[in-house]
Structure formats: structure tokens, C-alpha cells
Design a protein around this ligand. Structure first.
Ligand code: CAA
Length: 251
């Protein structure tokens, strides 16, 4: 997952080839009909699956019904040979303000544990086609986690990412502690999870780049170490020391 701090507008606006888009949208049956999301195919070739979270009064809080519909739409786009990539977005004000607190409020431990609450949310991260999150406004709690499940995040200027679960007396439950650490680094992730503070797109991007470099360096170091288990590494260095041409055996 990568944070790209760039206007999400290009992903959000409809293609100029409006008639084709409208035809594609009308003729398209990506599951549906849907109550909480808008679904259509966009692009001149109708090859972009477009899903917009559409619960404006609740700032796109991720209720069970919405997440079920999202799963159905993703299944439909995954099965659609015409679709090459999927865009997931919300509104200018909110990508999603988290799991639906009102739905969760009276859940018991037994219900959550026994029913493996939130397990089905994982569908976004198992889609084989690239999924791009176009984020503006609040991406909080489950909303931040949902964005991080996508392969790429395009963040608009008003985007705010946060894991404020601690302020509700709980912790992230849909991968936030794990993906945020990888996305922005342990230090900032710990700070966000322990305080509930939000970061904007610029912070997310800067931190993401730091981690990408750090991760890359760690991986590189391990691969470097692994070369010391090969005969060719020994031969190459020995040949240098003995001032002769190396004779590599691909071992
Ligand atoms: N669940 C349910 N309803 C929510 C919601 C949520 N996560 N977030 C916002 N809403 C509702 C509000 O209750 C309100 O509804 P009513 O008009 O019926 O009262 C409506 O959306 C508008 O919200 P506000 O009036 O609060 O709007 P605001 O602009 O003043 O504040 C906000 C916006 C800062 C995002 C604030 O709504 C907020 O803090 N929301 C909760 C964010 C949160 O804690 N998210 C984490 C949820 S837990 C989770 O996600 C667990 C997990 O890991 C999966």
C-alpha cells in the first residue's frame, strides 16, 4: 500500500465520455441494487470499477449493510473481465468515519468473538485486481483501515487519517495496528493509535516514504547477507583478492 499525496479529483470525476459511462452504468449489474454505495463502470473502455461509499448523513460510517454491499460489488468487479482496476472512494467530507459506533455500541464480547466480528471486512485486501482508494475528508478508524487495505491511496488535500479507537475505549480491529505501522512507521503509528490524533495527507506521504526506504534497506540487507550463503560470493571476493577473473558456477 502506498500513500500518494495528490489530488484525488482525477479519480473522482466522471470520464468525459459521459454517454458511454452512463450506458455502462445503466446496463451494469454489479450485484445491487445497493442502499449504501454507488457502483458504476467508468473510463472510455468501461474498464474501471468505481465504488463510492454513500451514507452521507453518517459520514460513511461502515455499518454491516455497507460492508456487505461493498463485498458484493468487489466480487462482481473481480469477476468482470472488462474491469482492470477498481477505485474506492467516499465524499469530499468523509471517505469513512469508521465502523458504525451506533451498531457496535451494545455488542457483547461473546457476539464479537463467536461471530468473528469484522472478519468479512478483509475482502478488500484479497481482491486480485488493483484497488485504489481515493480519499478526502475523514478516514478514521475502520475508514483508515479500509483505505490501507487498498493497494494505493490517492489522498486529497482535505484527507485526515486517524485511528481514534482509543478515544472510544477500544483498539483498531480491522488491521490498523499492523498496516499503519507498515504505512507510516512504528513511531508515528504508535503515536496515532495511543493518542487518537490524526495526520493529513502530507504527513502520511512523508512518513510512508521514510518507511519505504527503511523497509527497502532492511530487505536489501537480508538479501546481502543471503549472498554469503553462496559459493559464487566466496569465489567473486576470493578472485578479487587473488587478482584473477572470477569463475562463477551459479551456485
Ligand atoms: N459511527 C456511527 N455514526 C457516526 C460515526 C461512526 N463512526 N461517525 C460519525 N457518525 C455520525 C454522527 O453520529 C452524526 O450522526 P447524527 O447527526 O445522527 O448525530 C453524523 O455522523 C455526523 O457526525 P458529527 O456530528 O460528529 O460530525 P462532525 O463533523 O462534528 O465530526 C467526526 C466528525 C470527527 C468524524 C466525528 O463524527 C467522529 O469523531 N466520529 C467518530 C470517529 C471514530 O471514532 N471512528 C472510529 C470508529 S471505531 C472503529 O472504526 C473500529 C475499527 O477498527 C473497525
Amino acid at each position: 500500500m502506498a500513500f500518494l499525496c495528490r489530488s484525488a479529483a482525477s479519480l473522482l470525476k466522471s470520464s468525459r465520455a459521459a454517454p458511454a459511462v452512463v450506458r455502462a452504468a445503466r446496463g451494469y449489474s454489479a450485484g445491487g441494487p445497493y442502499e449504501y454505495i454507488l457502483v458504476e463502470k467508468r473510463g472510455e473502455k468501461s474498464d474501471v470499477g468505481f465504488i463510492q461509499l454513500n451514507r452521507p448523513k453518517a459520514l460513511n460510517a461502515l455499518c454491516d449493510g455497507l460492508m456487505r454491499e461493498l463485498g458484493e460489488a468487489l466480487d462482481a468487479f473481480e469477476a468482470d473481465g472488462e474491469v482492470g482496476a477498481i477505485v474506492l472512494t467516499g465524499s469530499e467530507k468523509a471517505f469513512a468515519a469508521g465502523a458504525d459506533i451506533k451498531e457496535m455500541q451494545n455488542r457483547t464480547f461473546q457476539e464479537c468473538y463467536g461471530g468473528n466480528f469484522l472478519a468479512h471486512w478483509n475482502r478488500v485486501s484479497t481482491v486480485k485486481k488493483p484497488v485504489i482508494a481515493a480519499v478526502n475528508g475523514f478516514a478514521l478508524g475502520g475508514g483508515c483501515e479500509l483505505a490501507m487495505m487498498c493497494d494505493i491511496i490517492y489522498a486529497g488535500e482535505k484527507a485526515q487519517f486517524g485511528q481514534p479507537e482509543i478515544l472510544l475505549g477500544t483498539i483498531p480491529g480491522a488491521g490498523g495496528t499492523q498496516r499503519l505501522t507498515r504505512a507510516v512507521g512504528k513511531s508515528l503509528a504508535m503515536e496515532m493509535v495511543l493518542t487518537g490524533d490524526r495526520i493529513n495527507a502530507q504527513n502520511a506521504k512523508q512518513s510512508a516514504f521514510e518507511l519505504t526506504l527503511a523497509e527497502g534497506n532492511r530487505l536489501e540487507k537480508r538479501l546481502f547477507h543471503a549472498t554469503f550463503a553462496t559459493d559464487d560470493r566466496k569465489e567473486g571476493m576470493t578472485a578479487f583478492v587473488e587478482k584473477r577473473k572470477a569463475s562463477f558456477q551459479d551456485n
